[in-house]
Design a protein around this ligand. Structure first.
Ligand code: GSH
Length: 203
């Protein structure tokens, strides 16, 4: 398997952590977003949307969208389970993973895209919208603080894909000065430290 990724981008990191948890060997090709390599016709043959990650199988078939890739990997490498073992747990994990995508990763990415000089001249920016998204992220950190006071991981008692999405989102916030602090968010910070005990986090 071959993963097209950018080491600095959050969505490819989700897949790398997922693969590390599964213990699956794979090769990588770095596609630099900063150098606009993802816009080149060669990469667009893999993903016309010019987005990372893309997973290419041995037979040349390609998969894009982080969760589609994770679902495929879970089917072909069922252990350790990261997407749920029964109807209730699968639904819980889906719910929390969607929360992590829509309530954390999306607004955090919007802060970056609309306020950071990296995107100057690359996309149209709306800094005011970026600042509105910043407020939303801060309120979501407060909300997660209350949730994680009740259980060790996002979707329940064990580590799942929802934690992978959330940690990649939160870490990506740092570039926009969105940080969780132990003084204001002790349970969220403790969860983050717990996730960082896992070797897969270095992937
Ligand atoms: N929903 C997609 C999102 C993919 C995505 O937005 N990837 C970012 C990197 S984290 C990207 O390639 N951005 C390049 C750009 O916006 O030009 C997924 O999870 O795969």
């Amino acid at each position: 398997m071959l993963l097209y990724h950018d080491p600095r981008a959050p969505n490819p990191r989700r897949v790398r952590i997922f693969l590390a948890e599964k213990g699956v060997a794979y090769d990588t090709i770095e596609v630099s977003i900063a150098a606009s390599e993802h816009q080149k016709p060669e990469f667009r043959k893999k993903n016309p949307l010019a987005l990372l990650p893309v997973l290419e199988l041995e037979d040349g078939r390609v998969l894009r969208e982080s969760m589609a890739i994770c679902r495929y990997l879970e089917e072909v490498h069922p252990e350790p389970n990261l997407l749920g073992v029964d109807a209730w747990e699968r639904a819980q994990i889906e719910q929390w993973n969607r929360h992590a995508e829509l309530e954390l990763l999306l607004p955090i990415a919007q802060v970056f895209r609309n306020t950071n000089a990296f995107w100057n001249g690359r996309i149209k920016q709306a800094p005011e919208f970026g600042e509105i998204m910043r407020e939303q992220v801060c309120s979501r950190f407060d909300w997660l603080e209350t949730e994680l006071a009740r259980r060790p991981y996002l979707a329940g008692p064990r580590f799942t894909v929802a934690d992978i999405t959330a940690v990649c989102a939160i870490d990506f916030g740092k570039v926009s000065n969105l940080r969780i602090k132990a003084e204001t968010h002790p349970h969220l910070a403790a969860w983050h430290a717990r996730v960082y005990e896992r070797p897969s986090i270095k992937a």
